[in-house]
Each structure stands twice: as structure tokens, then as C-alpha cells.
Design a binder for this molecule. Structure first.
Ligand SMILES: [Zn+2]
Ligand SMILES: [Zn+2]
Length: 416
């Protein structure tokens, strides 16, 4: 009766939307991530994988990190299922829900990296790792003599690269299964380090005589730090929106991270975002940020001083205040290039093209390069490598430990 089954309900053949279940023959089960598919329309509901039963209880849902493609269907998960994550992850998930005017009824329990805990027969050890999301973890699961490592999303070139490298030097050993992401397989996306990226931003800030506008994800805290450090080195001031300011405020206590009130950092309080904050009952935060605020109109003065965040919702407010790009300005897309093709990306691109501003694409991937994925998998030395979170595993299977290829919803016996 010590049988253990692994089912990847979603993401065996796609990037994101992860949902994995481990089950024992005596009726215990845990779920690793409850992700939303990246291509799901914004308001779509009913995204639970069809093979995941929510009728029986679960010993727990474990959220590896606070990206939507790993937790975004939590609202469809029974509220009585206990949820476990890192503490910053819980904060960030609640913050994102609040922005959307929603509240999650689930009870979150926080784990500490490296400290094991038990859920029924499952012993779970969270292992802090490097990724573009703050607070990303790999999860080591021991159950009935079987050992499974779930990589979550990770990279080896960010500001926390020492973490996965340490794990590669001292792997857990005796792994039956490694469930590993493969986002960057089949691609040649830039995987330079964040500090190399910082140098590139410094160069861009120095050669630009006007403003530098940058589009990046507020939750990519490594990138916020990179931009802030480049501003300090060049005497510019980083201007972030209210949401980014709130992410920084929320996370500042979890590390030595820049926050509103620090030098060379200002918050632009725009009408649309402030209205949304007030509508969702969070007017106090807007008032609290006023002391660190800068009006959008200021961006039209002393242009060489600013590195300003840009996104479609900010553009509307910028235009009202006569902040319009010109040929002295530069703009930078600091996210995956593919997002430039969607509606939001195209509108940002068009705004700067109309103004004749110089374009730069300074970015590094949030995921490990293909060669690093191979090196990591080889170092873990599992009996079975189960591919997940990738769209090009089948064409790039060389150089990995023995691969067991699953389809979504197909159970795999980890015993025997
Ligand atoms: Zn992901
Ligand atoms: Zn992620």
C-alpha cells in the first residue's frame, strides 16, 4: 500500500499553467502549483484542468512562486484546502487579488526555506532559488521512500544565482523523479546576468540626453533593483507607478530592497491608478505615497534626470500632462520580446515610434538557458526526468538524464 502516483494535470507540453498532483494509495494527495494558462483570456474562469478532482480533500496546495501561471486558478480551488507558500509569495498573491477587487478565502501557511514540514505522509522541503519572480522555490518531496524534486521556475544568472549553483554542488541525492521546467529549450533568449544588464542600462542612461522610459514587470524585483542601481550610478531618478511602489513596500522587509523614500526614487501618482486604488478600498496607500510622489508634469522638465516606468495605462496620464516622447528620449522594453506583439506592447511601441525616440531591448530571461537546464538536470541525476513548463522538449531531449514523457492528466507510478 506504499504506491505513489504523479500526475501532471497541465503543462507537460506548454509553458505555464502548471498543476501537478502527488497521490498515495491510502488516499492522501498534495498539489504542486495551481497555475493559469498564459494564453487564457483575461477574464476567463473555469480553467481547472479536467483531470483534477476537487471533490476529495487534499493535504495541501503548495505554491512555488507568485507568478499567475503557477497560482492563477486558486480562486477555483476549494477554500478548505490548505495553501502553503513562502511568506512574500502570500503577500504578493493577496496584493494582486486586491488590485482586481477580489479576496481569496484560503488560509495560507508560510514555509521557511530549507525547513521541512509534513502534510500527511508527504515530507516537503522548500528550497529557495533564483527566478524573475521574488521568493521562488523548488520543492523536494519525500513520500513512502520515494523522492521527487519539482524545479518550479528557475534560472542560474539572476541576482540569486548562488542558490541553484549551491544545489548543483550538493544535490539532494537518490532522486526518483525530477520534474523540471524547460521554458528556454529551442530558443536563444538572452541569459546574461543582471549585473551585466545593469552595465548596459548605465551605458544607455549615459548616452541618452533626454528621458529614458522603461517597460518592465513590477513584480520582477531583480529588474527594479537593476534599474535603481543604474540610476544611482548615473545620477538619474527612477520613477515607478503606484503598483510598483506597493510591491516595493510589501517586499522591503524581506530583504535590503529599495523602497519609496529612498534617494533617486519617486512615485508617479497618476489619475487612473489612484482612482483604481480608491475604488478597491486602498486610498490610504495613495495618501501614504504622496510624500514620495512626483507629478507626471515634472517629467516634461529636466528630461536628463528621469528614468520613467511606462505601460499603456500610464501613457494616457502622461499625455494629459504633456509628457510626449521625442527624439532626445530613449525607450526600453525590458520584458520578453514576444509581449511586444500583443495589444499592450504594440501600443507602447507605436507611442515611441511616433515621437522618434530611440528603441533598445535590454532584458535577460527569467529562466535558465538550455545549457544550464542540461547541467542542472545532470547534476540532480534523477532516475526519471519528467518534462514540464516547456513547448520544445521533444526536439531538444539530447543531453538530459532519462526522460519519461507524460501527457497532461496521465498518471505515472513513482513506485516499482
Ligand atoms: Zn512559469
Ligand atoms: Zn515564473
Amino acid at each position: 500500500m506504499n504506491d505513489v502516483w504523479l500526475t501532471v494535470h497541465r503543462a507537460t507540453h506548454q509553458i505555464g499553467g502548471n498543476c501537478i498532483e502527488l497521490t498515495t494509495a491510502d488516499g492522501h494527495r498534495i498539489i504542486l502549483d495551481v497555475g493559469r494558462p498564459l494564453d487564457a483570456p483575461r477574464d476567463a474562469r473555469g480553467l481547472l484542468p479536467t483531470s483534477l478532482s476537487i471533490d476529495a480533500p487534499s493535504d495541501g496546495v503548495l505554491i512555488s512562486h507568485p507568478h499567475q501561471d503557477h497560482y492563477g486558478i486558486l480562486e477555483d480551488i476549494p477554500p478548505e484546502w490548505p495553501v502553503h507558500s513562502g511568506e512574500p509569495t502570500a503577500w504578493l498573491i493577496r496584493l494582486s487579488s486586491a488590485i482586481l477587487g477580489k479576496s481569496l478565502p484560503h488560509i495560507f501557511t508560510s514555509w521557511k526555506s530549507g525547513v521541512s514540514f509534513e502534510l500527511g505522509p508527504f515530507k516537503v522541503t522548500p528550497i529557495f532559488t533564483d527566478h524573475s519572480a521574488f521568493d521562488a522555490h523548488m520543492l523536494l518531496i519525500d513520500v513512502h521512500g520515494k523522492r521527487i524534486l519539482y524545479s518550479g521556475d528557475f534560472r542560474t544568472h539572476g541576482r540569486k544565482s548562488a542558490l541553484p549553483r549551491r544545489l548543483m554542488n550538493a544535490p539532494p541525492g537518490n532522486l526518483d523523479v525530477l520534474l523540471m521546467e524547460g521554458t528556454n529549450l529551442g530558443s536563444d533568449k538572452s541569459c546574461i546576468s543582471e549585473s551585466e544588464l545593469e552595465s548596459e542600462f548605465v551605458r544607455l542612461f549615459r548616452v541618452t540626453c533626454g528621458r529614458v522610459f522603461v517597460a518592465w514587470s513590477a513584480q520582477n524585483v531583480d529588474r527594479t533593483v537593476t534599474l535603481y542601481r543604474a540610476c544611482l550610478k548615473t545620477g538619474r531618478t527612477l520613477v515607478v507607478d503606484l503598483y510598483t511602489a506597493e510591491v516595493m513596500e510589501t517586499l522591503a522587509d524581506f530583504g535590503d530592497l529599495p523602497r519609496p523614500g529612498w534617494r533617486n526614487l519617486k512615485v508617479v501618482i497618476t489619475k487612473a491608478l489612484a482612482r483604481m486604488y480608491r475604488r478597491t478600498g486602498r486610498a490610504a496607500f495613495v495618501d501614504q505615497m504622496a510624500q514620495h510622489g512626483v507629478s507626471a508634469a515634472k517629467l516634461a522638465q529636466a528630461p536628463s534626470k528621469w528614468v520613467a516606468m511606462v505601460r499603456p495605462s500610464l501613457i494616457r496620464d502622461y499625455v494629459i500632462k504633456d509628457v510626449v516622447p521625442n527624439s532626445d528620449d530613449a525607450w526600453c522594453w525590458s520584458m520578453w520580446r514576444g509581449y511586444l506583439d500583443n495589444e499592450d506592447g504594440a501600443s507602447v511601441q507605436a507611442w515611441f515610434a511616433d515621437g522618434g525616440s530611440r528603441a533598445a531591448h535590454l532584458h535577460t530571461s527569467g529562466h535558465a538557458s538550455p545549457s544550464e537546464l542540461r547541467a542542472f538536470a545532470v547534476a540532480m541525476n534523477p532516475k526519471h526526468l519528467v518534462p514540464i513548463h516547456g513547448a520544445a522538449w521533444d526536439e531538444n531531449a539530447d543531453g538530459f538524464p532519462p526522460i519519461t514523457r507524460l501527457c497532461d492528466g496521465q498518471p505515472m507510478a513513482c513506485h516499482g
